[in-house]
Design a protein around this ligand. Structure first.
Ligand SMILES: Nc1ncnc2c1ncn2[C@@H]1O[C@H](COP(=O)(O)OP(=O)(O)OP(=O)(O)O)[C@@H](O)[C@H]1O
Ligand SMILES: [Mg+2]
Length: 457
């Protein structure tokens, strides 16, 4: 543990922990651990006693057993979440009762521990709770804002996302972020990390779809020297690199099934084994995952394991598409133009602004960003006009008796297909992986179509 961090508290003010367990042995073990970390503890053996203490003192952390003589730990989780929201609460569950832990996290618990208690897990949990930023004061700016990373928008939908992020940052629960491409899933994950107790440790984003299957295990868990040909030194994997921080599993639906089994184990046991190593090592990593696909459908189609789905999707954060919050377009345009232009921020003509505020944005904020980048480069005298936006027609003229005079059906279909691919490539700044995703086809299929239709970048 890091004593350095704890010693920043004002002299004389001992941070207080409330311990609730009916077993004397466990109470003593917890009390001792807490005391060794320079904190003070109050102990309660029942829900009633805990309620009495909570009325009397303000705690920096509460640790509660799940089964208590006069009720259960969930009752305490609910009470604290409703009445003493500033106090992080962690539950202690019997080994193998994952459902309890998940229920507690959903009810607002900060984290959980399983019995028998592993002291290093306990210490890192206490450390995380004590290091949560104090957001008690309404004037306290969000930490990420000072780093220039923020969620722009004033719609009710984005305000709800902002509130969820604040809440999730104060928890260790796994979060699953859903939403279409370009809606800000990675941005939301970064904000949860930056506003929480792990903010000084690494945020490690991993694109699960971009790692070759045969390298997956060593990329995630690392390897030992000599584990395979070419392994001439020990190497850490994503889990080790993210120690104490957050691992962001992007496009998690793309993980092959054998890797899903290994990941589930790592998450459940909080332990990983390097390829070629006989020993497991503890890793304290928070998992945030995302995909633009519908993960539940992947479970139904059996390409994603149900048990892993439940572990990752303890709390879901949905990023709304831009077309559902058109009032965010104007503030986004302003923020993005400042980001793109720096000191030479271009202005935008009212007609162009109007066109943007009524456009559908199939590629969401990322598309808006690309449109503005291109327009900033093309515009004259730092003024973006309608023509500089190159907005794609909203819908292709596929319906009705479309087709140019004398055009065969095949020519017509090829023309529409080519246009759709060109639009997708333009929206994604010629990133073929992203364009394929936007079009709902595989990368390979897109490459094939690009060759067949003779499309050149
Ligand atoms: N509300 C927002 N405020 C400011 N910038 C935003 C917002 N939403 C998204 N962005 C910006 O839009 C771009 C796309 O966001 P991000 O990469 O987080 O999306 P994503 O959902 O992960 O997309 P994909 O599915 O394509 O990976 C980023 O540059 C991000 O900073
Ligand atoms: Mg992303």
């Amino acid at each position: 543990m890091s004593l350095g961090k704890l010693s920043r508290r004002p002299r004389g003010e001992l941070r207080k922990v409330l311990i609730i367990d009916d077993e004397t042995d466990i109470r003593e073990l917890l009390d001792l651990t807490v005391a060794r970390m320079g904190l003070s503890a109050d102990c309660a053996g029942s829900v009633a006693e805990a309620r009495r203490l909570l009325e009397l003192h303000r705690y920096h952390l509460c640790l509660t057993d799940m089964r208590l003589p006069d009720g259960d730990g969930l009752e305490i989780v609910r009470l604290i979440t409703e009445r003493f929201g500033e106090t992080p609460i962690a539950v202690i569950t019997a080994y193998g009762t994952t459902q309890n832990a998940v229920a507690a996290l959903k009810a607002g618990a900060f984290d959980y521990l399983t019995k028998p208690l592993a002291l290093d897990h306990l210490r890192s949990l206490i450390n995380s709770a004590i290091n949560l930023p104090d957001t008690g004061s309404p004037d306290c700016p969000r930490l990420s804002e000072s780093e220039g990373i923020q969620l722009v928008g004033r719609s009710a939908a984005i305000e709800h996302v902002r509130q969820m992020i604040d809440k999730l940052a104060r928890s260790q629960a796994p979060v699953y972020i859903s939403g279409e491409s370009g809606t800000g899933k990675e941005l939301a994950a970064r904000l949860i990390h930056l506003q929480g107790s792990r903010r000084t440790a690494p945020f490690v984003p991993v694109n699960c779809g971009a790692i070759p299957e045969n390298l997956m295990e060593s990329e995630f868990f690392g390897y030992r020297k000599g584990a395979f040909t070419g392994a001439d030194a020990d190497r850490d994997g994503f889990f080790q690199v993210a120690k104490g921080g957050t691992l962001f599993l992007d496009e998690v639906a793309d993980l092959p099934l054998p890797m899903q089994v290994k990941l589930l184990r790592a998450i459940q046991e909080k332990k990983v084994r390097k390829v070629g190593s006989p020993n497991e090592e503890n890793v304290d990593v928070r998992i945030i995952s995302a995909t633009h696909r519908n993960l539940k459908n992947c479970v139904d189609g059996q390409s994603f394991r149900q048990d892993l789905y439940y572990r990752l999707n303890v709390i879901e954060l949905r990023m709304p598409p831009l077309r559902e919050r058109q009032e965010d377009v104007a503030p986004l345009v302003e923020a993005l133009l400042t980001r793109i232009g720096g000191t030479h921020t271009p202005r935008i003509d009212p007609q162009a602004m109007h066109a943007l505020s009524t456009y559908g944005f199939p590629g969401n904020v990322r598309e808006l960003e690309n449109i503005l980048e291109r327009a900033s480069a093309l515009c004259v005298d730092h003024l973006i006009q309608l023509d500089d936006l190159h907005l794609a027609p909203e819908t292709m003229a596929v319906s009705g008796g479309a087709g140019l005079a004398g055009e065969t059906l095949d020519d017509y279909i090829n023309r529409v297909e080519k246009q759709a691919i060109l639009d997708a490539l333009a929206k994604t700044a010629f990133n073929r992986t992203a364009a394929a995703r936007l079009l709902g086809v595989t990368f390979r299929s897109l490459r094939y179509r690009i060759e067949r239709l003779g499309i050149e970048e």
